[in-house]
Design a protein around this ligand. Structure first.
Ligand code: ADP
Ligand code: MG
Length: 225
């Protein structure tokens, strides 16, 4: 379970102070699929980055599976980022110089997984995302849909409890977008908790719950299981 309470995030530069998050409370149960929606600039990515331990809140608390994130060492946080959370971004974020196989293998290298287990896990993730036949290709040789499937394979290879996806279909046509959403739904059906930022009401329809943000606050929540 993920629990955030009275979360604030203020970005300060010399000239301006931006309140990106202004008091967010959220409980996310294991196995839930939550969509976060709202206009550009309302704080969606900031919220996802904090949930993914990529950034720290200015105020408020965040419990990740029972442990207060603020009390963790940087090492513990890094370990959670690598082993317990899978990230999927709009821009795929693959490494151009690495093949599909090598991109998917990366999290396991960080986790120091032994080679034979690594091979088994990478091949399982590639098979699940229907990318085995492209394993030796480089990202630039793939369609957008294939790149995102590779990114999802990388996100799931270490079998994380939670996947955070920031507009995962934002750069895809509708057919590839639907395929990516079906893959996310299959992962959720198999028990993975998913938090997804999206602009698309169609994609949000895959979630159990839609949280609408405006100006750094939750304005409405719709539940539609
Ligand atoms: P969304 O993802 O909903 O479009 P963001 O979470 O990216 O919105 O941004 C929320 C607000 O915080 C915006 O006003 C944005 O300009 C500001 N912001 C985001 N990241 C930073 C940063 N690193 N430094 C300063 N301001 C930021
Ligand atoms: Mg964003």
């Amino acid at each position: 379970m993920i629990k955030i309470t009275n979360l604030h995030k203020i970005f300060s530069t010399e000239e301006v102070e931006t309140t990106a998050l202004n008091g967010i409370d959220m409980d996310i149960k294991d196995g839930e699929f939550v969509a976060i929606m709202g206009p550009s600039g309302c704080g969606k990515s900031t919220l996802l980055n904090i949930l993914g331990l990529l950034d720290n809140p200015s105020e408020g608390s965040y419990e990740f599976y029972g442990t207060e994130v603020a009390k963790m060492s940087e090492r513990q946080r890094a370990q959670i980022r690598k082993g317990n959370i899978g990230f999927v971004f709009q821009s795929f974020n693959l490494i151009d110089e690495l093949t599909v196989y090598e991109n998917v293998e990366l999290p396991l290298l960080y986790l120091k997984t032994p080679p034979s287990e690594r091979k088994e896990k990478v091949e399982a993730a590639l098979t699940r995302m229907n990318m085995m036949h492209r394993r030796n290709h480089f990202p630039q040789q793939l369609s957008g849909g294939q790149q995102q499937r590779t990114a999802i394979a990388r996100a799931v290879v270490a079998n994380p409890k939670t996947i955070l996806a920031d507009e995962p279909t934002g750069n895809l046509d509708s057919k590839n977008g639907e395929e990516v959403m079906n893959l996310l739904r299959q992962l959720n059906d198999a028990g993975t908790t998913i938090l997804m930022v999206t602009h698309s009401p169609y994609d949000a329809g895959f979630a159990h719950r839609i949280v609408n943000l405006f100006d750094g606050k939750i304005v409405t929540e719709n539940i539609h299981i």
